[in-house]
Write a protein that binds this ligand. Structure first.
Ligand SMILES: [Zn+2]
Ligand SMILES: [Zn+2]
Length: 312
């Protein structure tokens, strides 16, 4: 059998993971073409189709090669074929020496030309590394939110809970600091939980084609009820609702009014300590309470949207 025949008509080209162990993937949908990475060996043990974290498109893994990977694989194949071809030609070489007084010698000598180069490539750097809390797949994406490429679970609730954990850590750290820094960190924790909840809620709504902001929690509650016919705060008692409304209003003062109480706050926040023109006070305890409430509102919102699933 010749070298070329021995190659067969199928090639298996292993892709090398990057230095962190990830392999790049690209969504085949023209309007998406989203790039992401997955770490082989993590996630589902049985083979499953791949989900694009950005648009949710689901297809077999061999549809998600990146152009750079395909160029690389092609160049490896070209090189193997060229090498086999040259070896086959080489085996045709002969050299018949001249015989007798006026004999003519004849020979065929194959001169090897350099083999075509292998096209090397590098996987790209991405913004967020995620570990799926359902199937433990390690994957990396642009932005923050996405579907798990292995099991298709959406990571929005997971990201919210991670952010709330960070805010809890800020509160713990604040206890060890002097008053100025401590106040700053407590305020920062409050701002972080509001923006985490806002990002989370907006992500869920945008998947349903709706743009609802969650920084004003009273308006968000009403709009979710109007648009999606469920109340994400239905399980909260009146006291807890008042606490979370006040916390969100305090965040508004910190973010937009240098932390100074205005008439709008006095009207909305039902805060007995509030005096317009004075600085608002934010305690570690009320932020800790707000974190717990945001977590349960987040769970409720997530199940209210019946946990987004990728479109198939
Ligand atoms: Zn996609
Ligand atoms: Zn998963």
């Amino acid at each position: 059998m010749s070298h070329v025949e021995r190659l067969g008509n199928q090639f298996s080209i292993p892709l090398e993971p990057d230095e962190d162990g990830y392999i790049g993937r690209e969504c085949p949908v023209d309007s998406c073409l989203g790039y992401f990475k997955i770490k082989p060996g993590t996630g589902l043990k049985d083979p499953a189709p791949c989900h694009c974290p950005y648009c949710g498109h689901t297809a077999e893994h061999d549809k998600f090669f990146t152009p750079a990977q395909l160029e690389y694989a092609q160049s490896v194949v070209f090189r193997q074929v060229a090498d086999a071809f040259q070896k086959d030609l080489k085996s045709l070489e002969f050299d018949h020496k001249p015989k007798g007084g006026f004999g003519i010698g004849i020979s065929l000598k194959v001169k090897n030309s350099p083999l075509p180069p292998v096209r090397s490539y590098q996987e790209k750097q991405l913004e967020t590394k995620v570990v799926c809390d359902k199937c433990t797949l390690h994957f990396a994406i642009y932005g923050v939110f996405g579907w798990c490429p292995d099991c298709g679970a959406h990571n929005s609730l997971h990201i919210l809970i991670k952010n709330l954990e960070l805010a809890r850590k800020e509160l713990t750290l604040a206890e060890t600091l002097d008053t100025d820094l401590s106040e700053h960190l407590i305020g920062d924790a409050l701002e972080n939980i509001v923006s985490a909840f806002d990002g989370f809620g907006r992500e869920l709504c945008s998947q349903k084609g709706s743009d609802i902001r969650f920084q004003n929690i009273t308006a968000a509650r009403r709009r979710v009820q109007e648009t999606f016919s469920f109340d994400f705060a239905a399980d909260l008692d009146a006291d807890s609702w008042a606490i979370i409304v006040r916390a969100f209003e305090k965040r508004h003062l910190l973010a937009h009014k240098m932390g100074v109480v205005d008439e709008d706050y006095v009207r909305k926040a039902a805060d007995p300590d509030a005096v317009a023109g004075r600085r608002v006070r934010v305690s570690s305890d009320e932020v800790a309470q707000a974190i717990g409430i945001v977590e349960s509102l987040g769970q409720k919102l997530f199940t209210g949207f019946s946990a987004p699933t990728p479109p198939s």
